[in-house]
Design a protein around this ligand. Structure first.
Ligand SMILES: Cc1cc2nc3c(=O)[nH]c(=O)nc-3n(C[C@H](O)[C@H](O)[C@H](O)COP(=O)(O)O)c2cc1C
Length: 380
């Protein structure tokens, strides 16, 4: 129903300037927020999802990613719920956790609109630029999930106008403010939409940020799982630098990957997109392959020392399993929620159980991790 009617209708409205895809996204978020906010609608939501088999658990899906215990490997990635207002709703929809943000210190409008485009069904280009109500507002929003038992991730970012020399402090201050809500943190230096941000993936600045966040966690009561998120456009050599920073500084997780700025991939959807600023995401096979190649590379290089979260173009259990088989212990969905609908986390989770059931030699989802990391088609 969603793929045949709702999704195409939303695409049509966006294409004809009737309902911008960002506004549509905000409407959906508001609806989910309202639904999860009132006991009656929450009870209805829970009953409906239980009846449809959307939220369920299976012990064979349990994973531990860099010390983070999750009841399934299917997460909602950063960018869908930037404010932290729909965590319970997304959890009810089958996600084992939600990464909130990216959250900078201060409120920030982001780039001028229009800044989010649907290039084809399930394929998006965005240049939002860390639009956020800022860490204090996110702190207040997350208060309502205290004691819920839902693990929440926080993506740390910096405001656009923060000078390079203040970058590590800017990340650490958000970690400090949201420490008591977070089950894990992500360092996002891979968004293409904040000028100069991606240079922070270089060894020196990245080390400074990681060390500042680690120190803050030590001061606040102890380390929580920390992840560095990379871009899919990095060379393997640059990925190796990030791996080295992670290992040297006891960062247990790398997330691969953020959106791509690859102009050839953008131009597949029309020459006008080639030079359009922003990062492409979603159901593009070349984009998906870029992130799979990076995951496989990280797994081959450091699979014994680091855990990997795979993200990029996941739209069903097959594409989720692809990421797991090249080395990801868990996966995140973002654009797929628009392309496939909000039931995506639940349907992937169910699909992964089928994968386990089909194989006699497989006992848990973990048995699939990295089995095709050396697949020749993935080699550079
Ligand atoms: C509209 C939109 C906003 C995003 N915002 C963020 C963000 O704030 N922080 C971040 O780390 N990644 C952000 N991302 C990147 C996603 O988390 C993800 O890495 C990327 O979209 C690839 O996954 P996908 O193909 O499943 O969307 C955003 C993606 C989209 C589409």
């Amino acid at each position: 129903m969603y793929k045949e009617v709702v999704g195409p209708a939303l695409d049509f409205l966006d294409r004809h300037g009737i309902l911008d895809s960002e506004d549509a996204h905000n409407l959906v978020k508001s609806g989910l927020h309202v639904a999860e906010s009132h006991p009656l609608t929450l009870a209805l939501l829970e009953r409906f999802f239980a009846y449809r088999g959307i939220r369920f658990t299976d012990p064979r899906l349990k994973v531990c990613v860099g010390g983070l215990e999750l009841e399934s490997p299917v997460m909602v990635g950063a960018g869908w719920d930037k404010e932290g207002k729909c965590v319970r709703g997304l959890w009810q929809l089958g996600a084992s956790t939600v990464t909130v943000g990216t959250v900078p210190e201060h409120p920030q409008y982001g780039n001028p609109r229009k800044r989010q485009f649907i290039l084809a069904p399930g394929v998006a280009l965005n240049r939002l630029g860390f639009n956020s109500p800022g860490m204090m507002a996110v702190d207040r929003n997350l208060e309502r999930y205290q004691g819920s038992g839902i693990p929440i991730g926080v993506s740390l970012g910096k405001n656009k106008d923060v000078p390079v020399e203040d970058t590590s402090r800017a990340h650490a201050v958000v970690a400090k403010q949201l420490y008591h809500h977070a089950a894990y943190f992500e360092i996002n230096v891979s968004s293409p939409n904040t000028p100069g941000l991606r240079q922070l993936q270089n060894k020196g600045p990245l080390t400074d940020i990681v060390q500042a966040v680690n120190q803050t966690m030590d001061e606040m009561g102890g380390r929580k799982p920390l992840a560095i998120k990379v871009v899919p456009d990095l060379t393997f050599q640059a990925v190796d630098d990030v791996i080295q920073v992670a290992i040297d500084n006891h960062v247990p997780i790398i997330i691969a990957a953020n959106t791509t700025v690859n102009t050839d991939i953008k131009a597949k959807y029309g020459e006008r997109w080639r030079s359009e600023a922003g990062g492409l995401s979603g159901d593009d096979p070349d984009f998906r392959r870029m992130s799979d190649r990076i995951i496989a590379h990280i797994f081959r290089q450091a699979g014994q020392q680091l855990d990997i979260i795979g993200v990029g173009g996941i739209k069903d259990d097959w594409t989720a399993m692809e990421k797991i088989m090249v080395g990801a212990k868990a996966v995140q969905v973002v654009t797929g929620l628009r392309g496939e609908g909000l039931s995506l986390p639940g349907s992937i989770t169910r699909g992964l159980v089928n994968w386990i059931n089909l194989r006699r030699d497989v006992k848990t989802i973990n048995d699939f991790v990295g089995v095709s990391a050396n697949h020749p088609t993935l080699m550079p």
